[in-house]
Design a protein. Structure first.
Lengths: 355, 86
């Protein structure tokens, strides 16, 4: 079972963080109880720029869940198609070669789902197995790879595709000036990624792309009674962020033990892991991960870079870091990497890779 | 203990209802359970106390009380004499 390729796609409107903050501060004006707060929060999100599906001036015109969700559907289909083409094209494949598609998003909903709409636009087999996943949030990039791996473990001569499209800007809430939403407005961006996971008996067409890492093992961990940590409060105006300051605390309290136990189960220790592909949750989360795992400086450099360049893309973030790893920072043959993300539940997904 | 140091230690201690003896230059904000939002609120209080403007992006690099003291001293040294007088 192998991660064979990743394709990514970003929407067209690239906005530097300082410009975004200034425009939002001016737009909200007197609605902000302390105008200085937004600048200070946004400047410390670890984000230098983000990509959005719409120009900033269009967001105030999105009134109500229906209008916003319609924009989400149209853009999710467009970005989804783009990154699937890139991921499959890297390998000389088309959608016709895919046996199962997993679609993960937490920023919009549709039925038929986005994967179904893509089947109408791309040459997927009509017998392709579809698994849309809503609600896993940031953990869904890692969990999606784990579920796609489960699939090809059962069907080793088949190819599974994970697609994540997260358009966080479309969860825009005009009347929410809470601290959680001010942080959310400064942290989350829009983007999409697709991952091709191949079974062990799949023979790919000859390509210039070096083989990706094997998936050796995966583990899901659920932290009971931590629903308050992160998620959505879903109401008439759509998705309102739930984001507790306790996220780093949950990481510090749990991550090390869970990683040690997972590695131990695979006869490995932390010292055996040569690189980390971690969800770019935010500065406090990444610092908590570094501290908890006692990682050397720069161990999470690619996650920090992704956060800086595109913001937190929820489920798609760890896939962006994976794409960068595959393209520019492959491990030495035989070396191990951990791909990981945490998200609403609160929960953790760990994926052990060997190059 | 110089003026900036003692005033900042007093401010930090007061914000967490602690005796000033519990706050030293090398005390980290993590040890005091001062989170990002507490730190931002402290930064506003420090700005008002010393009539300075702390750059928005500098907060993440402030890990200890001493980092704040040194940052304030540096901002005051760089400020015009009128602004630094208070």
């Amino acid at each position: 079972m192998r991660i064979s390729s990743v394709g990514t796609a970003l929407p067209p409107h690239h906005i530097p963080q300082a410009e975004f903050t200034e425009r939002l501060r001016n737009y909200w004006g007197a609605k902000l109880p302390e105008p200085r707060l937004i600048g200070r929060l946004h400047a410390n999100c670890g984000v230098e720029s983000r990509y959005f599906v719409l120009p900033l001036e269009a967001y105030p015109g999105l009134v109500g869940f229906r209008a916003t969700n319609d924009v989400w559907i149209n853009n999710a289909v467009e970005l989804g198609r783009l990154c699937i083409d890139r991921a499959l094209g890297n390998l000389g494949l088309t959608a016709a070669d895919v046996s199962a598609i997993f679609f993960a998003s937490v920023t919009g909903i549709a039925s038929p789902t986005i994967d179904a709409r893509l089947i109408n636009l791309m040459p997927f087999p009509t017998h392709v197995k579809r698994t849309p996943i809503f609600g896993l949030g940031c953990v869904a990039g890692a969990a999606g790879i784990a579920r796609a791996t489960d699939y090809v473990r059962a069907f080793p001569d088949q190819i599974a595709l994970l697609l994540s499209v997260e358009l966080c800007s479309l969860t825009w809430q005009d009347n929410d000036q809470s601290i959680a939403n001010l942080i959310s407005c400064g942290l989350f961006g829009d983007g999409a990624a697709a991952v091709v996971v191949t079974g062990k008996d799949v023979v790919l067409p000859a390509s210039k792309l070096a083989p990706g890492p094997n998936v050796l093992a995966t583990r899901s961990t659920f932290y009971r009674n931590s629903e308050y940590v992160m998620g959505w409060d879903i109401g008439d105006t759509g998705f309102t962020i739930v984001l507790s300051p306790d996220v780093p605390k949950v990481v510090i309290e749990n991550l090390r033990g869970d990683v040690d136990s997972f590695l131990g189960e695979n006869n490995l220790t932390l010292a055996d892991v040569s690189s980390w592909i971690f969800h770019s949750g935010g500065p406090k989360v990444l610092e908590a991960v570094e501290s908890s795992l006692n990682l050397p400086k720069d161990a999470l450099a690619l996650s920090w870079k992704s956060l800086r360049d595109v913001g937190n893309l929820s489920a798609a973030s760890v896939l962006m870091v994976l794409a960068d790893t595959l393209e520019n920072h492959r491990g030495a043959p035989g070396s191990y990497s951990i791909l990981a993300a945490m998200g609403p539940g609160f929960c953790l997904e760990l994926v052990l890779l060997q190059w | 203990m110089d003026d900036v140091e003692s005033r900042i230690i007093e401010l930090v201690a007061k914000s967490k209802n602690l005796p000033t003896s519990d706050v030293r230059m090398d005390t980290t904000f993590d040890e005091l359970q001062i989170d990002s939002l507490d730190k931002i609120n402290l930064s506003f209080a420090v700005e008002e106390m010393f009539s300075i403007e702390i750059p928005d992006e500098s907060l993440n690099s402030l890990k200890t009380v001493g980092d704040v003291v040194r940052g304030v001293e540096s901002l005051r040294a760089a400020a015009p004499p009128d602004a630094a007088a208070s």
